[in-house]
Design a protein around this ligand. Structure first.
Ligand code: SF4
Ligand code: SF4
Length: 467
């Protein structure tokens, strides 16, 4: 059987841009968005530089001698707002993660992709640190996305050098959230041969940052980040979005409009497209690629001012507002999500405030349940499960309730000293008057366990003896 191969002329033409960053032949369409320095950009710039300062300072701040945030994966310790959590704090960590997740869902339902446009590190560093460096070395970008000067090899090498320096600084700052700053300083000031693994991690982080900010850029938002893909689930028709008003803008007409000529306010100048860092046309409606950066608002407001039309053809709005429907502050999402968030946060605060410095349980191992002696005393064997939840080494003591004539002998004293996060099983021998269990053969008693940091817990356990 012979196959017929269609000649190229018979192939269907693709639309001009299937994806906003792909040419018709499938190659990458490099974006060099023009900057629009309107009022929204100025507000975003203040927020962006504040966030950069916070990002750099946080690893150096302390609360009660503890870091504000330290996610020490190697030591399996997580310090948040000066409080240390261990992987065994399952409930706390689960509550914390759920609180963060529901907060994101709530913010998105109310304010749309405010995170993407205003606070995401990708947007903040790309638009307010690396893009300005590009403009410095390549000149201000003109219409059509072409740099004003080609740069030449020397300028490109200099630009690369600046990227390496900045990414190096950011990579070290980023790792300071995972490694103590004194340890990091020691690594930085000593030879890489003395800490090859740490050096490899640092180099990989630097390489990833360079790859992202020099090459991958908006592709991270368009391909890699799952947040944009979830927006259709998280947004509703009342959520705040950056939107073009087609009722006012259509039909488009190039040039200045005359009153009563039947044209909409859009003069089809394309300025909202050339400023877009993800290369889309906001006039095509709500799109996954839109990171709500507000650049098209600023660009269009500027055009409206010049042609003498009211600003706001592109504005913060909602799908319902654009369609002329009433605004609804209270809807299922804005009631249910805050209630869930409040419950989670209350649970989190309660769990943190009642969190003990250690876990203790008294467990009965297998074997003979009790032993009775000739003098009428009886004994039971137990294991005490101890988990040190503090960030300091601790020595533990175990005292039985004296009034009940119960004595507890720790059979392995060395095990009562625990490192941070350590968990042990300590064998103990408990003796008591055999008459205590008369009747039911069982008696519930308590032991008091304490550490050096004045954390105290009373733990109940059942003695078994003769009936
Ligand atoms: S910037 Fe405004 S006027 Fe110009 S094309 Fe975009 S929507 Fe139309
Ligand atoms: S469409 Fe407008 S708000 Fe959305 S990413 Fe492009 S410029 Fe930013």
């Amino acid at each position: 059987m012979t196959k017929t191969v269609p000649d190229n002329d018979a192939l269907l033409e693709s639309p001009q841009h299937v994806l906003s960053t792909m040419e018709r032949d499938g190659s990458r369409r490099w974006l060099r968005p023009r900057l629009s320095t309107g009022s929204w950009w100025q507000r975003r710039r203040v927020v962006a530089y504040l966030l950069m300062v916070v990002f750099v300072l946080v690893p150096h701040l302390r609360i009660g001698g503890n870091p504000v945030i330290l996610l020490d994966i190697a030591a399996r310790e997580f310090t948040i707002l000066g409080r240390t959590f261990l992987p065994t704090d399952t409930l706390l960590l689960a509550l914390l993660m759920l609180t963060v997740f529901v907060s994101i869902v709530l913010v998105t339902a109310v304010a749309g992709r405010a995170w993407c446009g205003w606070a995401c590190p990708q947007t903040v560093y790309m638009e307010f640190l690396f893009r300005p460096i590009d403009r410095l070395f390549e000149g201000t970008v003109g219409k059509g996305g072409k740099a004003k000067r080609s740069g030449g090899a020397a300028l490109q090498i200099a630009r690369f050098g600046v990227y390496v320096l900045l990414c190096g600084f950011l990579a070290h700052t980023f790792l300071a959230y995972f490694v103590r700053t004194d340890q990091l300083t020691e690594w930085v000031t000593s030879s890489p041969i003395q800490h090859p693994i740490a050096f490899a991690v640092m180099t990989a982080t630097l390489g990833l940052m360079l790859f992202d900010f020099m090459f991958f850029r908006e592709q991270l938002c368009l391909i890699a980040c799952p947040y944009g893909r979830f927006q259709s689930v998280m947004l509703d028709e009342q959520s705040l979005i950056v939107a073009y008003d087609p009722v006012r803008g259509e039909p488009r007409k190039r040039g200045k409009h005359l009153p009563g000529d039947g044209a909409g306010d859009c003069v089809d100048c394309n300025q909202c497209v050339v400023v877009c860092p993800t290369g889309i046309d906001i006039r095509d409606g709500l799109q996954m690629e839109c990171v709500n950066c507000t650049q098209c608002i600023d660009a269009c407001d500027d055009v409206m001012e010049k042609v003498g039309s009211p600003k706001g053809l592109i504005r913060y709005s909602s799908q319902d507002s654009i369609a002329g429907k009433a605004k609804k502050m209270f809807r299922a999402r804005t009631i249910v999500y805050p209630v869930i968030l409040l419950l989670l946060m209350s649970g989190l605060v309660f769990a943190i405030s009642t969190k003990s410095g250690f876990d203790a349980r008294i467990i009965r191992p297998g074997g003979a349940p009790f032993t009775v002696y000739a003098d009428g005393t009886a004994s039971n064997e137990f294991r005490v499960r101890l988990v040190n939840r503090t960030s300091e080494p601790q020595d533990y003591s175990l005292i039985a309730d004296a009034e009940q004539n119960v004595t507890i002998e720790v059979l392995d004293e060395e095990k009562m000293s625990l490192e941070p996060g350590e968990s042990v099983l300590v064998p103990v021998h408990v003796t008591f008057k055999g008459s205590m269990t008369r009747g039911s053969g069982r008696k519930v008693v308590a032991a008091t366990i304490s550490d050096q940091s004045d954390n105290v817990r009373e733990v109940e356990f059942s003695l078994l003896g003769p009936r």
